[in-house]
Ligand binder design. Sequence first.
Ligand code: NAG
Ligand code: NAG
Ligand code: NAG
Ligand code: NAG
Ligand code: NAG
Ligand code: NAG
Ligand code: NAG
Ligand code: NAG
Ligand code: NAG
Ligand code: NAG
Ligand code: NAG
Ligand code: NAG
Length: 528
Amino acid sequence: MLCLLIIFGAISWVNALPSAATCSNSLPKPNVPGAIVTSLTASVVRDYAVNITGESNNWPGQNITGLGFCQVNVSLTHPGTGDHVNNQVWLPLTGWNGIFLGVGGGGYVAGSWSSLAPAVERGYAAVSTDAGHAQNNSGDATSWALVSEGDVNQNLLLDFASRSIHDMTVLGKAVTTSFYGSSPKYAYWQGCSTGGRQGLMEAQMYPNDYDGIVASAPAINWNDFTPAQQWPYTVMNNEHYSPPQCEFDAVNAAAVAACDHLDGLQDGIIAAPGLCKFDPSSLVGKNYTCDTDGTTRRFSSKAATVVKKIWQGPTAANGTALWYGILPGTNFSSLAPTETFSNGTTVAEPFGISDSWFRDFLFKDANYNTSNITYAEFPGLIRQSHVEYDSIMGTMNANLSTFRAAGGKMITWQGLADNLIMPNGTMEYFSRVKALDQNVTDFYRVFFAPGVGHCGGGGSGPIPDDTLMALRKWVENGTAPEVLPGSSGFKVNGTIRHQNLCLYPLVSKYNGKGDPTSASSFTCAKNF
Ligand SMILES: *[C@@H]1O[C@H](CO)[C@@H](O)[C@H](O)[C@H]1NC(C)=O
Ligand SMILES: *[C@@H]1O[C@H](CO)[C@@H](O)[C@H](O)[C@H]1NC(C)=O
Ligand SMILES: *[C@@H]1O[C@H](CO)[C@@H](O)[C@H](O)[C@H]1NC(C)=O
Ligand SMILES: *[C@@H]1O[C@H](CO)[C@@H](O)[C@H](O)[C@H]1NC(C)=O
Ligand SMILES: *[C@@H]1O[C@H](CO)[C@@H](O)[C@H](O)[C@H]1NC(C)=O
Ligand SMILES: *[C@@H]1O[C@H](CO)[C@@H](O)[C@H](O)[C@H]1NC(C)=O
Ligand SMILES: *[C@@H]1O[C@H](CO)[C@@H](O)[C@H](O)[C@H]1NC(C)=O
Ligand SMILES: *[C@@H]1O[C@H](CO)[C@@H](O)[C@H](O)[C@H]1NC(C)=O
Ligand SMILES: *[C@@H]1O[C@H](CO)[C@@H](O)[C@H](O)[C@H]1NC(C)=O
Ligand SMILES: *[C@@H]1O[C@H](CO)[C@@H](O)[C@H](O)[C@H]1NC(C)=O
Ligand SMILES: *[C@@H]1O[C@H](CO)[C@@H](O)[C@H](O)[C@H]1NC(C)=O
Ligand SMILES: *[C@@H]1O[C@H](CO)[C@@H](O)[C@H](O)[C@H]1NC(C)=O
């Protein structure tokens, strides 16, 4: 009897934890509606190592070694389109937590294989896709955007916009189920930037794919905010003045000096950008120290004009706002890069993603010179971008009722000092979701992180510690997150700072006393 039990135990153990032998090309090819799976190859990878620097898909950077997983490569094509989409599913050999995770990309890249490593390391079976184009250039789509001059590759654009995200989910779940012999208990999406947009696209278009979605700093409103990213370059060119980065930095330092205290705590962060009325014109003629070479310089009136227009965002000649700007205190170097030569001349450089959008998708000429686009032309280009691409790339449909009805839960967080995607676009989207469903926080919650840059990069404010775990507690245990506990790698007097991010539109307000590095010194309040 005892012997029999041991045998049964051993058999069920084998079923629960498949041996590496089942990781082979004979895994069944998944059925992906609308596509033909052209190949499936699988083999065991042992001792995989990767160093992930900086936040990646909401997890902190880490050096991973000794990872063991079954790597399943699945390629597919959509008949008639000539596309060739690669997908990879990474399945932990031991310790699968029973959960399936879709992992998103960044910029023009739909996903990456190494970004699966932190998921596998935490026990998830995870999938990512290349959406049919090379993964090696997140900042430029020129290698795949055009079939020929004048002709956008609509098939690859559709793959990037939506199709590949759903396909990888369908095939990823199927492969996970065949490998482990049981279907995943839960399916989650986690991504930031393009990954955030992909998560929202899933909620909008394929609302039954995921039980929970982390969609951080989402690149929604793509066709509106991407042209808006080109605005700083256009401003510098039209004003015939490109500030050296140290002049931009000095303006931000002055903005922080003027507005830091408005949230009740002086910590080098503008937590209340809406209350900040700092006017860069007030600096004109004053001296600043250039942080790159220590020289004393004088603020120019041109710099004040350039900064004002960048903060304002793209604006038509009649004063109509065409999109939002970045918020005061946000680093300019991403969207308004300038290079200063040794002879002292400073020139403006375009931001890669928006420049590629203009050249490839609006002018449909990869070599188009964007440097002489005028203020007068700009509104027409934003309008064209909207008209041509909103239905494909916009990802801004506010009706999430099917996702809600399916029981889905979603969390978005974004840095208020996001240096690439204007946080106001996320606020505006949330307000439209809320206008359709007053009880939106039953299934969708948004959090903003003061002083934090794009996807946690740059800035010095506290970043959420583990958004996916907060989402899982909501989905699996019904505990909706009232706050996202956060912490900052930036040490205040040698101490890591902890602060809870509050459920938008609440703000995290300093109690006026107590240790500013301790979360208990802050309360979620209606306003500062
Ligand atoms: C999957 O594709 C990658 C290239 O992206 C290759 O290095 C790897 O060996 C492939 N693995 C399998 C199991 O085919
Ligand atoms: C990761 O970084 C360490 C140094 O900290 C280095 O020894 C190792 O080779 C790196 N691993 C990879 C995969 O690059
Ligand atoms: C990870 O590797 C990088 C080099 O790629 C190194 O700078 C860093 O110190 C390593 N981190 C840890 C925790 O070992
Ligand atoms: C990126 O990958 C594509 C396709 O594999 C290749 O043609 C191109 O040369 C690569 N670019 C870089 C910068 O490595
Ligand atoms: C952008 O967001 C800030 C911070 O919440 C807010 O104060 C401001 O009014 C918003 N701007 C626009 C144009 O909506
Ligand atoms: C500004 O700098 C110039 C040259 O370095 C100096 O002569 C002047 O006194 C400074 N002005 C102020 C107000 O500090
Ligand atoms: C202002 O200009 C924009 C862009 O050209 C145009 O769409 C809008 O209709 C104009 N608004 C008014 C009030 O004239
Ligand atoms: C300064 O150097 C840059 C780069 O070499 C050059 O393009 C530019 O013409 C120079 N400007 C002047 C005023 O000499
Ligand atoms: C912009 O620059 C290009 C190349 O330098 C030139 O061919 C074109 O005529 C210019 N366009 C305008 C509107 O000035
Ligand atoms: C919102 O939720 C409350 C409490 O559950 C419910 O009474 C109300 O009918 C809901 N409102 C809408 C518009 O769904
Ligand atoms: C849900 O609650 C159970 C029981 O308390 C706990 O074991 C589990 O870890 C929780 N799940 C998550 C995702 O926190
Ligand atoms: C850091 O330490 C200095 C000197 O003790 C103190 O004046 C300052 O207030 C501290 N900053 C914070 C944020 O606690």
